[in-house]
Design a protein around this ligand. Structure first.
Ligand code: ADP
Ligand code: MG
Length: 402
């Protein structure tokens, strides 16, 4: 696992009722980190290697709390052991948090067709809590354990959505909302002017904030997904560690950007008309801009001597993600897949985009590294989780810089 590059994960969900109703067949199988997709027309199979391939299609039971678990279920013949929400958090969410404690900005985004399972992985439903609530819970657990007279931790949350190429602050009361502007600053990088940043002191408080934000999101029903989100939602959790050393205070701040992207979809499969069609066009436009940025970054990585133009400014989404994608942050892409033959084209295009992202260069934030170097010595004993501390030279983000 390279710490410099983007990490890419894919996850395949169970059939939904629409797919079951159409007697769909499953065209995905997985083996370790490799995902295979079969073209239902000619039976040809393609394979893609990722950092993680999560099998969440079958091989699970729903326990008495409504939680989907592999415990007590037969592993799947096509994908092995079912990856539950905990497994996904342990490999993706935990990394994000470790990066944050080490002073990196992080960007974790969910990509894929509408109804493919992005919100399920990120936010979750009922007892199956997704990465965002789990990260939030862990931040406060760690805060309690790590805080001392010399180390204070403050957590802030902000939440916005990009809907039809306009940015809206989801933590502001509806009446006070106005369109937000993205600004570029030589020192600060890209930021959103006037975005509310709420200081939160407990899991309950952060949960309340995110619930408020989630409720004011723009969602609309399409045939593919009754609660399909029509906007990109960005939750940013800012963690600031303040160390007091010989009476002097030093600060190490990291932004965790958790981005639940709206899905791309073809108009004919969703039955969209009028406003829905217009939304679809805006979503597709920003997702294709994201795809183009990723392609350009990959080209740059393959041709280090060439100066490749990276078209960040072609959409609000890529403008906003400029820091995250352009080398100022650690980035993890989580791609959600439908298992069904009827979605072959969309799923293949998601896999291709995920494959391209793997080759894109995602660098380190040099400012964070400098800060981190000056604080690592002080923070490391608390930052390292016991498991990492036992593994000398394990290559985790909590390691001192090499
Ligand atoms: P998206 O956000 O990509 O539009 P959702 O996350 O809302 O899609 O998922 C669509 C439906 O599929 C939801 O009803 C969700 O509960 C279900 N689903 C998605 N992923 C999984 C999964 N891994 N396990 C069980 N159900 C899932
Ligand atoms: Mg969603």
């Amino acid at each position: 696992m390279s710490v410099e590059s983007v990490q890419v994960a894919v996850r395949v969900r169970p059939f939904n009722s629409r797919e079951t109703g159409q007697n769909s067949t499953c065209i995905i199988r997985m083996n370790g980190p490799t995902t295979y997709i079969t073209n239902p027309d000619d039976g040809n199979e393609k394979d893609f290697n990722f950092d993680y391939s999560y099998w969440s299609h079958d091989g699970f039971i729903v326990d008495e709390n409504g939680y989907n678990t592999s415990k007590g279920a037969e592993p799947s013949k096509f994908g092995g052991v079912y990856a539950d929400q905990q497994a996904v958090y342990d490999s993706l969410g935990a990394q994000v948090l470790e990066n944050a404690w080490a002073g990196f900005n992080c960007c974790l985004f969910a990509y894929g067709q509408t109804g493919s399972g992005k919100s399920y992985s990120f936010v979750g439903y009922g007892a199956n809590k997704g990465i965002i609530p789990q990260v939030c819970a862990k931040v406060f657990e760690a805060k309690e354990q790590m805080e001392s007279a010399n180390l204070q931790i403050q957590v802030y949350v902000s939440m916005l959505e990009i809907y039809n190429e306009k940015l809206r602050d989801l933590l502001m009361p509806q009446k006070e909302q106005k369109e937000l502007k993205i600004r570029n600053d030589k020192k600060l990088g890209t930021y959103v002017e006037g975005l509310k940043r709420a200081a939160v002191g407990s899991y309950k408080e952060i949960e309340k904030c995110i619930d408020t934000g989630t409720n004011s999101r723009t969602v609309a029903s399409t045939q593919m997904n009754a609660t399909s989100s029509r906007a990109h939602t960005v939750v940013t959790i800012r963690v600031v560690q303040t160390v007091t050393e010989e009476g002097r205070k030093k600060e190490l701040g990291s932004d965790l950007n958790l981005i639940d992207l709206a899905g791309s979809e073809r108009a004919e499969s969703t039955g969209a008309t009028g406003d829905r069609l217009k939304e679809g066009a805006a979503i597709n436009q920003s997702l294709s801009a994201l795809g183009n940025v990723i392609t350009a970054l990959a080209e740059q990585a393959n041709n280090p001597k060439k100066k490749v133009f990276i078209p960040f400014r072609n959409s609000k989404l890529t403008q906003l993600l400029q820091n995250a994608l352009g080398g100022n942050s650690k980035t993890i892409m989580c791609c959600a897949l439908s298992p069904a033959d009827i979605n072959f084209e969309e799923t293949l295009s998601t896999l291709r985009c995920a494959g391209r992202a793997l080759r894109a260069p995602f660098g380190r934030n040099s400012r964070a590294i400098r800060l981190r170097n000056s604080l690592t010595r002080l923070l490391l004993p608390q930052v390292r989780r016991p498991r990492e501390a036992d593994q000398a030279g394990g290559g985790g983000a909590g390691e001192p810089d090499r």
